[in-house]
Write a protein that binds this ligand. Structure first.
Ligand code: AHM
Ligand code: MG
Length: 342
């Protein structure tokens, strides 16, 4: 076996890639790694402890909050607040931006947006869940960060990543120079580089969508589903349908094997379900760095300027050829606004 490279070693090594880097991003990523290990520990014993189950509270999205969501939220906020590199945090669990206001962080350059524990419907049933994060350089000049710091298009992301709490726990991230994956070795408590330079196949054979919503999908999406189910030797169709219902887990599988994840508009979620700032954008940054594509159906996800923190967006993300096929079918079968209004 070759030499093991830990996440800490890797991050420090890569610091040299950034001119003028003073190590702030290095510390920020390390802090996220530490919080991820703590959340991993709790997720792994969730079935044993009284931590499992719903608190009865409803979060700002109107969904029931599970206890582990709250636990994970606290851990990430604590890790990012004490590190001194982050001047504001935005979380799916908090309606407002959390400003980090202490003597160290008034000079902090970065803001972090995150979904501390995504895949809430899978927490209670021992199915993979994840954390998603996105790091921006602040646009405000000094003091605690502001809402505006988070309303930057995804193209401005400095780093983004996710942690998947699956059959093993992994952290996958990018700083805009490719994508690398680290698997947690619980025996030594370290994330170890296991998936260097991850690349998604240009054409995949998996499509991931909650097909129960079929009747509510736009026609272009319905056509794409039928396209995936047709027989065609040249493209290897029919494709496989795989849907876990945790965006991180569906994304991670498709990143490795090739495939596409779709969360279109539905009548229940007319603007899509996933959140632009801390779900769509970080995954979009990763997929592009891995050679794939992320679209809202007509536009590159990372070029959409957010107008609010918890804004939702349709998401089509994965292998390049598959996302382009969806865009083509949506363009062909969408009803022009004027005609639809009649
Ligand atoms: P959450 O933030 O409440 O966990 O919701 C996001 C999740 C994603 O992980 C997943 O892709 C999607 O919701 C599944 O939604 P659905 O149950 O409608 O298929
Ligand atoms: Mg979520």
């Amino acid at each position: 076996m070759g030499q093991v490279k830990t996440l800490g070693e890797f991050i420090v090594e890569k610091q040299a890639d950034f001119q003028y880097s003073k190590g702030e991003l290095t510390r920020l990523l390390s802090d996220i790694g530490i919080a991820a290990k703590i959340v991993h520990r709790e997720v792994n014993k969730a079935g044993l402890a009284d931590i499992l189950g719903e608190t009865g509270d409803v979060n700002i999205q109107g969904e029931n909050v599970k206890k582990l969501d709250i636990y994970a939220n606290k851990q990430f906020i604590a890790a990012l607040s004490v590190g001194g590199e982050c001047c504001a945090i935005a979380s799916e669990e908090n309606e407002e931006v959390i400003t980090v206001d202490n003597s160290v962080s008034t000079s902090a350059k970065y803001v972090v947006a995150l979904d501390p524990l995504d895949g809430s419907s899978n927490i209670d049933v021992n199915v993979s869940i994840g954390t998603i994060f996105s790091i921006y350089r602040r646009t405000s000049l000094s003091g605690p960060g502001t809402l505006e710091d988070f309303l930057q298009p995804g193209t401005e992301q400095v780093a983004a990543g996710y942690v998947i709490y699956g059959s093993s726990t992994m952290m996958v991230y990018t700083t805009g120079k490719g994508v690398n994956g680290f698997t947690l070795d619980p025996s030594i408590g370290e994330f170890c580089l296991s998936h260097p330079n991850m690349q998604i196949p240009k054409q995949g054979k998996i499509y991931s969508i909650n097909e129960g919503n079929y009747v509510h999908f736009p026609d272009g999406v319905k056509k794409f589903i039928k396209y995936c189910q047709e027989e065609d030797a040249a493209t290897g169709r029919p494709f496989s349908s795989r849907y876990i219902g945790s965006a991180v887990a569906d994304f991670h599988r498709n990143l490795i094997k090739g495939g596409v994840f779709l969360y279109p508009t539905t009548s229940a979620s007319p603007k899509g379900k996933l959140r632009l700032v801390y779900e769509c954008n970080p995954l979009a940054f990763i997929i592009e760095q891995a050679g794939g594509k992320a679209s809202n159906g007509s536009k590159r996800i990372m070029e959409v300027t957010p107008t609010s923190l918890h804004q939702r967006m349709p998401l089509f993300i994965g292998s390049r050829d598959m996302v382009e096929k969806i865009e083509e079918l949506l363009a062909k079968h969408s009803i022009p606004a004027a005609k639809a209004a009649k």
